[in-house]
Design a protein around this ligand. Structure first.
Ligand code: NDP
Length: 493
């Protein structure tokens, strides 16, 4: 399959000469090729988006919503096809792929409903015969840069609030997962979304992403990806005075207290640590356990990890699929070697799988280290693979301190039956998301999603909060007194 850019409602045969393959991480097969676009395609896409935005913003929001409802229904019709394609190009197991498509459907429906809200405020004026209100205004053209691990969900978290608020979109998906972008663009075409409202430009981050950030007509950039890249995006965006929303890496922890339901904790840890082969931004990477239950928890974790089947995510019996590519495999292996060298105890796993059925794919065994020091590299850096570090603590206070000791702040979790400990923890854990008696994953789309410290820069995807990224507040004063009334002066007696 030859993927083309989708610009101004057309599939554009690019002038670009260079194409790269899309590889199935389960078996190394080539699935498609995508163009490495340049600034020329970005400029073209922005022109189309800019032209379309004037008319799009004039459509009343409840009518714009109709397009999002149509997208939701199309996504629903195509759910199985999309899920299969997602597993093929990204590797996550089919059950999770279906869940991700559902997230896109939910987001389309949720943001469509925003078309009848988009609440502003009306407040009393300090002067007589004067009316005051604030409304949300679209920013214009929104630039979206997205990663490969949730190629459909993250795109919809960003595109749908942007659209309902009256913006148009130029979107650069990850090179690893362009087929989901292509499928979404096809849906936009099929539902007759006005031309130019969403434009997809394939290509590398440093070329296409940079051209988007530097483009004077893109006033807001919404980025999800690694902290290292996000920092570059922020730097360049700052230079060009852009509004930049960043969702970046994580080093998420599950805290298991001495009064926890251990069976439940094990289930929560394994699902959030090894689901998506540990490649979720919210993946559990550290288990902070009270010393009184550490041994018991470890035994149960090992026992249950042994049962997990690894393989091609299209096989419904498989629980752990491949990681995204060879570089990811090497990065995970690098961290595992560091763990061994620095004296952590390897309880299970630790190997690349590359023989037999695994030969052509990118597979890593689910891996558990124990006796990990909380300030070690293993416990501090994002690995983005199926690797857990167990850290022992003696109290809730120590557990919270360890949780908060990393540079990231996305998700945390506590397993405890004690309501006092739970409330203390939810107050003091410094992450943007906190789970109680569940793992570190499982966000719902109508709540804000994002993190603190090295994970974000104060913005949120999802929920009402997402609208803040794609709108400017406009304050409107209507004076019907028939005379000039001066705020802070004429009423200051
Ligand atoms: P990357 O940072 O490598 O890439 C993210 C996107 O940025 C890709 O589209 C990439 O393009 C692009 N990009 C790369 N360089 C630049 C640049 N110089 N300027 C502009 N854009 C650029 O992240 P990954 O795709 O590897 O995704 C994994 C990361 O994403 C993890 O750290 C994970 O934690 C984080 N993440 C965070 C989430 C959150 O909400 N907090 C959610 C999901 C993931 P290219 O196609 O060239 O790679």
């Amino acid at each position: 399959m030859k993927l083309l850019n989708f610009i101004g409602g057309n599939w554009v045969e690019e002038a670009v000469l260079q194409r790269i393959p899309v590889i199935n991480p389960a078996n190394g097969e080539e699935l498609a090729t995508l163009p490495l676009s340049t600034k020329v395609e970005v400029d073209f896409a922005v022109r189309e988006a800019k032209t379309a935005q004037k008319a799009w913003a004039q459509i009343p929001a409840p009518k714009r919503a109709q397009y999002l409802y149509d997208i939701a229904f199309k996504l629903k019709d195509k759910k199985e096809h999309l899920a299969q394609t997602l597993t093929l190009e990204m590797g996550k197991v089919i059950e999770e792929a279906r869940g991700e498509v559902q997230e896109g459907i939910d987001m389309a429906l949720y943001m469509a409903a925003e078309g009848r809200r988009l609440f502003g405020e009306t407040v009393p004026s300090e002067l007589p015969d004067k009316f005051a209100m604030s409304v949300r205004s679209p920013i214009g053209v929104a630039g979206l840069i997205t990663p490969w691990n949730f190629p459909i969900a993250i795109a919809t978290w960003k595109a749908f609030p942007a659209l309902i608020a009256g913006n148009t979109v130029v979107w650069k998906p990850s090179n690893e997962t362009p087929m989901m972008a292509y499928e979404l663009a096809k849906i936009f075409e099929e539902i007759d979304l006005p031309k130019g409202v969403v434009n997809v430009v394939f290509g590398s981050g440093p070329t296409v992403g940079t051209a988007m950030i530097e483009h004077p007509e893109i006033r807001v950039i919404s980025f999800t990806g690694s902290t290292a890249t996000g920092s570059k995006v922020a730097e360049l965006g700052g230079k060009h005075l852009k509004k930049v929303s960043l969702e970046m890496g994580g080093k998420n922890a599950v805290i298991v207290m001495d009064d926890a339901d251990l069976e439940l904790a094990v289930e929560g840890i394994l699902w959030s640590a090894f689901g998506t082969a540990g490649q979720r931004c919210t993946a559990c990477s550290r288990v902070i356990v009270h010393r009184d239950v550490k041994e018991q928890l470890e035994e149960k974790l090992i026992q249950e990890t042994k049962k997990l089947t690894i393989g091609d995510g299209l096989d419904p019996s498989v629980k752990i699929g491949p990681v995204i590519n060879k570089a990811a495999l090497e990065k995970i292996n690098h961290y595992v070697q560091i763990g061994k060298e620095q004296g952590a105890s390897l309880l299970i796993g630790g190997q690349i799988l590359n023989t037999g059925a695994y030969e052509k794919g990118f597979y890593f065994e689910p891996t558990i280290f124990s006796n990990v020091q909380s300030d070690s590299i293993l416990a501090q850096e994002e690995i983005f693979g199926p690797v857990i570090s167990i850290i022992e603590v003696a109290s809730l206070e120590e557990a919270i301190e360890v949780n908060n000791s990393v540079k990231f702040g996305l998700s945390s979790s506590i397993f405890s039956q004690d309501i006092n400990k739970v409330f203390k923890a939810q107050q003091l854990l410094d992450t943007g998301i906190v789970y109680v008696n569940a793992g570190t994953t499982g966000a719902e789309i109508h709540l804000p999603f994002g993190g603190t410290k090295g994970t974000g820069n104060g913005h949120r995807d999802s929920g009402q909060a997402a609208l803040d990224v794609y709108t400017e507040w406009k304050s409107i004063y209507v004076d019907y007194s028939g005379k000039l009334q001066r705020a802070q002066i004429d009423n200051n007696e």
